[in-house]
Design a protein around this ligand. Structure first.
Ligand SMILES: [Zn+2]
Length: 485
């Protein structure tokens, strides 16, 4: 009873495949009648290459959320969905775009610092500001910021009396960390200072230091993330700049801009009257980190593996499923997200305003980083959150019939369950997992995540494996359940 509709589909597939002249591959195994499902011939190395070489091209500038290049990528995805014959699934009017107006913020270039005699005081720029323009007046107190990493330092020396801190302090903080890690170190210190009454931090920084680089980045690249977590304005000073007494400082607020952000959604409606209301969502995030004009050399974070590889899978799976001669019983929804790298924002927006009832989404197969196999794991797939539902077991059983392995990664399966867009669905009670086929390699989130470093044959096998693993989901013979629920 387990596979009747499936067997019918296979028979039909074979018949049609022979008619249209497509070679049907027979696999050595226990079941001599086992053939690959029709439609899978759409997933070829050539198509995979053609898709990812565009998505991860320098011309798409790293697909930063909110950039014009991201919009080109989104238009491309919509065009591909349209070309595969999918219906638009973004809203009531049949659009492919699920649109949200989001606020992007950017740091202003500089503040205004004035000495007590009215002379301007030079500074590098700003590293953190408030929501509105703020003004400060008063003497500057030099403190050893290094001793504030874990909270106020022990109050041993009267001249370090923390209770006597004024509203404006100055100091330096070294860090070996980069990017958001460095910023969170500074945020910790700034939070401790704020708790002691400090309102403005003048941070000494050398040119080329991480603080100056971050300041330039936050000024040049708009972001949709909530903020840096730094609660007080931070002005970057050249250590050599002497200030003898009081200053006046004006620090402008964050620059804000409203912008439309778009998930792209296509639907292949199910062929079974009873099951077409149930859907399987295949998804990946379209955004990556954009580019950084301050980098030496290559300035573009192409995000080939992360996650142009997943988007390529979604697009080629759409081609393959849409080409099946017998429509899948359940509806299939293909989806790409904005803002994953900024905190799963696009998928959070989707589950907030879903275009398909969430309790009718049977499973979310989210695809992340499938282009670079780990040693020994070529052609194999692992699923995050393996123990949270029985989806992995269902897909493993199906894919293994054709010799593709889907497994629980001993380290990453539990570590990364909450790290991608599947998590937004899990929080609304949907069985949702990410499927990956590699690891956090050295080029992860680096400009060298280029498509010519991917193994296209491996990636193609993985996409085919995902199709094969999904067969009991799409034909409605299996319904995964969350465990402990
Ligand atoms: Zn990713």
């Amino acid at each position: 009873m387990h596979r009747p509709s499936f067997a019918t589909a296979i028979t039909l597939a074979v018949t049609i495949a022979f008619h249209i002249g497509v070679a049907v591959t027979r696999v050595h195994g226990e079941d001599p009648a086992l053939v690959l499902p029709a439609g899978i011939e759409q997933i070829t190395e050539e198509r995979v290459t053609g898709t990812i070489a565009f998505l991860a091209s320098d011309e798409l500038g790293g697909r930063g959320t909110g950039t014009p290049e991201f919009e080109i990528a989104a238009a491309y995805v919509a065009a591909r969905f349209r070309g595969a014959g999918l219906e638009g699934g973004g809203g009531a009017d049949g659009t492919f775009f699920h649109e949200t107006i989001a606020t992007q913020t950017r740091l202003p270039a500089a503040g205004k610092l004035t000495a007590s005699d009215g002379a301007p005081i030079a500074h590098w720029g700003l590293l953190a500001v408030g929501d509105e323009l703020q003004s400060f007046d008063g003497p500057i107190q030099s403190i050893a910021l290094e001793t504030w990493r874990d909270g106020p330092p022990p109050n041993t020396d009267p001249k370090d009396n923390v209770l006597a801190l004024g509203p404006i302090v100055r100091g330096s903080l070294t860090t070996e960390a980069k990017g958001s890690r460095a910023m969170s170190q500074l945020a910790r210190v700034a939070n401790h200072l704020q708790a002691e009454g400090v309102k403005l931090l003048l941070l000494d920084a050398e040119p080329g230091s991480e603080w100056v680089r971050q300041s330039e980045l936050l000024r040049s690249r708009p972001r949709v993330t909530a903020g840096s977590g730094i609660p007080i304005p931070v002005v970057l000073m050249a250590p050599a700049t002497k200030i003898s007494d009081s200053i006046s400082a004006e620090v402008p607020g964050l620059l804000r801009e409203e912008r439309a952000m778009r998930n792209v959604i296509g639907i292949l409606r199910g062929g079974d009257a009873d099951k077409a209301s149930e859907a399987i969502v295949f998804s990946a995030h379209l955004d990556h980190l954009g580019s950084n004009p301050n980098l030496e050399g290559d300035k573009i974070y192409n995000g080939a593996d992360d996650d142009a590889s997943g988007v390529t899978a979604v697009l080629t799976l759409a081609d393959a499923f849409a080409a099946m001669p017998q429509k899948p019983a359940r509806s299939l929804i293909f989806m790409t997200f904005w803002g994953e790298e900024s905190g799963l924002l696009g998928s959070k927006e989707y589950v907030e305003r879903p275009t398909w009832p969430l309790d009718k989404i049977v499973a979310n197969v989210n695809i992340e980083m499938i282009g670079r196999p780990e040693g020994g794991a070529r052609g194999k797939i692992w699923m995050t959150g393996w123990r949270e539902s029985d989806l992995g077991g269902i897909m493993r059983e199906s894919a293994s019939r054709w010799g593709t392995e889907i497994f629980e990664h001993p380290k990453f399966s539990s570590m990364l369950y909450r790290a991608s867009d599947n998590w937004s669905f899990v929080q609304r009670g949907v069985v949702a997992h990410s499927f990956s086929a590699g690891s956090l390699h050295g080029d992860y989130h680096q400009p060298d995540d280029e498509w010519d470093r991917l193994e296209i044959p491996h990636m193609t096998r993985v996409i085919r494996g995902l199709m094969l693993g999904s067969l009991p989901l799409i034909d409605g013979t299996a319904t995964p359940k969350q465990k402990n629920k």
